[in-house]
Write a protein that binds this ligand. Sequence first.
Ligand SMILES: [Zn+2]
Length: 169
Amino acid sequence: MNFHLDKLLNFPNITVESCSQQTNEVYLKLCLLNEEVSCPHCEKLSSEIHQDRPILIRDLSIFGQTTYLKVPRRQFYCHDCQCYFTEVLSFADKGRCYTQRYEESIYQQVKLSSIEQVSRVEGLSFDRIQGIFKHQYTQKKKQDRKKLNELASMKLDGKKNFAPFMNSH
Ligand SMILES: [Zn+2]
């Protein structure tokens, strides 16, 4: 739709189809440009869309307005495995209704203030903010473990090499 909006959105292979506004809320309808997705079982590419149901994903606010992305949730069919699978989105974790950058921002805000405070600012319930915080915390632990394993397999000598990764969050 609009080159500038696509650039601001900053997700690869995704374009903003339309933009609408309600009281202090912005809705961006996205269009996924990749026609093929690789099957999680056999990794072969499939372009056969079985279902396409849009979902709302909350993203970082634009100019102080609560922002939602209308994202096509595409289910593909793999002929080789004879199974249906849902496309993995590059910008949101599986089963989450927030972008990764939104969840990261919530995580950092909670660390600086409190769940109650962030809950008020973002207009989300305590439980939701806590849920995002816990999810991010778990993701970060996983990433740390992965980094440590990678480092260990590179056989780096001396414990000091691990320090920056241990204290990065
Ligand atoms: Zn397959």
